[in-house]
Design a binder for this molecule. Structure first.
Ligand code: HSE
Length: 430
């Protein structure tokens, strides 16, 4: 039976995502009420600049007093779509302390201090839901937290940043260089005026920390994630990947070590074979490939950014939090019981594709091969091209610890016969 007294929701932030949350809450009010079992009332919207509130938002609900709104004792659920660390952290904390549950899209905060938020939620009996923090509309957090809660996840391999996927896709399809592709992404509105968070991998690293934490029941923070952006990826790298039957993607990779005793989380550009499902993820789409013991291989695909797709995930969480409020229940909290150590990048086992500019004379290949052997790195393939005393050697290794691979590259750089290391890229997804 439908309860007539409404559940009250406070919205913190009303930009691209927040205004879509308002639109969906307003236009779908009857359906949301039927699905929850009680009407949902938007009780207040906190913004920094009230003059900028978009059409369709009731001005009488707007306030600049976010702290006052988040701490109102009559609020059932606080939706935080402000982003950043502060004041979001203080507002969320206050919301829990005053009895509300929280729905947030704030990946930076969760990656930096998620455990404290979870502890506060638990202490005060609230839900902390955050589906929108990773890959927007794509259901990923709930499947990992709930649907796969009985399985053992071994690997999460994802394209979790749309801007960088758009740039790499353009470089792949048109042969454009990085700067040209970034300019196109900016002109089309995919890249922000300051694209640093996306192109340097910070955004993807925050998402990797969140995914690794959930997948491996272990606390993983942003600082635990090895991060390399895509600013050094060249048209020559992309062409080289093509020759190998690969494409280049900025991947977030979370892995359980083979012995099961530790985990790793990293973000960097990598070559993946065209036969891998992630290779077909084009433009600004996101996709996450999950490998687990019982389920096997799963792929989650869709729009990973934007107002409406992010609001879709927020609304799903809002419905869940409201249902729990109504039933006096709580959804799943943090699961970090495994407490696995997060190993540094040097211990990650991976493969390298290395392109060397070398002198074309007797003994050079033997010298290069000796360096690999001295570092315990086994060569998979070698290709040579060039003439008239100049040659390119393209070496692809077998799997080896990243520390051994990077030491190999450093030693190669010191060889007189190696004029330059033109490109180094990891090869994943095989
Ligand atoms: N800027 C991100 C992207 C979306 O390009 O995918 C928000 O995380």
């Amino acid at each position: 039976m439908m309860r007539t007294r409404p559940l009250k929701v406070a919205l913190l932030g009303c930009g691209v995502v927040g205004s879509e949350v308002v639109r969906i809450m307003t236009t779908h009010a009857d359906d949301l009420a039927a699905r929850i079992g009680a009407p949902v009332e938007l009780a207040g919207i906190a913004v920094r600049r009230p003059g900028r509130v978009r059409a369709g938002v009731d001005p009488s609900l707007v306030t600049t007093d976010a702290a006052g709104l988040a701490s109102r004792p009559d609020i059932d659920v606080v939706v935080e779509v402000i982003g950043g660390i502060e004041p979001a952290r203080a507002l969320i904390t206050s919301a829990f302390e005053h009895g509300a549950s929280v729905v947030t899209a704030n990946k930076a905060l969760l990656a930096e201090d998620g455990s404290t938020l979870h502890e506060t939620a638990e202490k005060h009996g609230g839900d902390l839901f955050f589906e929108a923090a990773v890959a927007a509309a794509i259901p990923l957090v709930r499947p990992l937290r709930e649907s796969l809660a009985g399985d053992k996840v071994n690997r999460v391999l994802g394209i979790v940043n749309g801007t960088t996927n758009f740039i790499l896709d353009r470089m792949d399809s048109s042969g454009a260089g990085y700067s040209e592709a970034l300019d196109e992404a900016t002109a089309l509105g995919y890249a922000e005026a300051d694209p640093t968070a996306d192109v340097e991998g910070f955004d993807a690293a925050a998402k990797a920390a969140i995914l690794a934490g959930i997948a491996f029941h272990t606390r993983v923070r942003l600082d635990d994630v090895h991060r390399e952006g895509l600013t050094d990826v060249t048209a020559a790298d992309i062409a080289s990947a093509k020759r190998m039957g690969c494409t280049v993607k900025l991947l977030a990779i979370c892995e359980r070590a083979a012995d099961g005793r530790s985990v790793t989380a990293r973000v960097h550009p990598a070559m993946i074979p065209l036969s891998h499902p992630l290779a077909s993820v084009r433009e600004a789409y996101n996709a996450v490939f999950v490998e687990s013991d019982a389920a096997g291989q799963l792929m989650f695909y869709g729009p990973g950014a934007g107002g409406a797709p992010t609001a879709s995930a927020v609304l799903g969480d809002l419905v869940a939090a409201c249902r729990n409020k109504l039933n006096g229940a709580r959804g799943p909290g943090e699961s970090a019981y495994a407490q696995l150590p997060v190993s540094p990048m040097g211990e990650v086992v991976t493969r390298y594709h290395i392109s060397l500019d070398v002198a074309d004379k007797p003994g050079v290949l033997a010298q290069v091969a000796t360096i690999f052997a001295e570092h315990g790195v086994s060569i998979d393939t070698v290709r040579q091209q060039g003439k008239d005393g100049d040659a390119w050697l393209v070496v692809v290794t077998h799997r080896a610890p990243d520390a051994a691979l990077s030491a190999t590259v450093e030693a190669l750089r010191r060889l007189d016969t190696v004029r330059g290391v033109a490109s180094i890229m990891r090869v994943e997804g095989e």
